[in-house]
Design a protein around this ligand. Structure first.
Ligand SMILES: N[C@@H]1[C@@H](O)[C@H](O)[C@@H](COP(=O)(O)O)O[C@@H]1O
Length: 243
């Protein structure tokens, strides 16, 4: 694992955006695995700016997002599709038909999970998967568990995640209790992984996930076993790590 320490959120965002831009410059038809949450917003701002300046061309790229709340449609401003459209897709020259987010409105979890897995395979797999990390170590919406879930599936969100994500909703009662997420196996089959972490509130989980043992109780710890991982952390996020 290549763990890179940067000063702050801005440096983290620019460095991660450089890696994603280099991926698309080197392989214009790259399949980018993308993430939501507050952490990647600065990355998307950089990519939007560089696309506008003509430095990166997304016209041949495709995207697949990690996860989506169950029950929310594209027009819901709390859906992850809406988030991606607002922060990235509408600001770059990507073909909207090549952007993919799990369909939160599909009532049949087995059907949707199979569709999403098949779609990723049809696209030729994920070239680089961007990840953030939850306070309990979740990646996508893979919550702490007794096993690593392999494929895309429907999950019950933990109280900690519902609590953490309520800041985006009017009240905690509005936070969906379930979500569709790529599985740990789906994430691990990406050719490259790029993880970004910022802030002191993530310092404990960073120490556990990247310097502790690999266990499904800390889902992000599995990326220690991936052959091509870059983790970009700011000083605050690395403040409890043994180095
Ligand atoms: N499903 C998303 C995750 O993909 C994300 O990594 C996490 C952390 O979000 P933030 O970056 O806001 O801390 O939030 C959500 O739960």
């Amino acid at each position: 694992m290549n763990i890179i320490k940067v000063k702050n959120y801005e440096e983290m965002s620019r460095m991660a955006a450089h890696i994603l831009a280099a991926q698309v410059i080197g392989k214009p038809d790259s399949v980018l695995g993308l993430a939501t949450g507050s952490t990647p917003i600065g990355i998307y701002d950089c990519l939007a700016e560089w696309c506008k300046n003509g430095e990166v061309d997304f016209s041949k790229a495709a995207t697949v997002n990690l996860d989506e709340y169950r029950g929310l449609d594209h027009s819901n401003d709390q859906s992850y599709y809406y988030f991606m459209n607002k922060h990235l897709f509408s600001r770059i020259n990507i073909d909207p038909s090549r952007t993919n987010v799990p369909d939160g409105t599909e009532p049949d979890p087995v059907k949707e999970s199979k569709r999403y897995e098949a779609l990723i395979k049809e696209l030729g797999g994920i070239d680089i998967q961007l990840l953030g990390i939850g306070h309990d170590g979740h990646i996508g919406f893979n919550e702490p568990n007794s096993i690593f879930d392999k494929e895309t599936h429907c999950v019950d969100l933990t109280e900690m995640t519902i609590e953490a994500n309520k800041r985006f909703f009017e009240s905690i009662d509005d936070v969906p209790r379930q979500a569709y997420t790529m599985g740990i196996g789906t994430i691990m089959s990406a050719r490259k992984i790029l993880m970004v972490v910022t802030g002191e509130d993530k310092a404990d989980i960073v120490a556990k996930a990247f310097y502790g043992e690999v266990t499904p109780e800390v889902p992000a710890s599995i990326i220690q076993f991936h052959p091509d991982v870059t983790v970009i952390c700011d000083e605050a996020a690395l403040s409890k790590c043994p180095r």
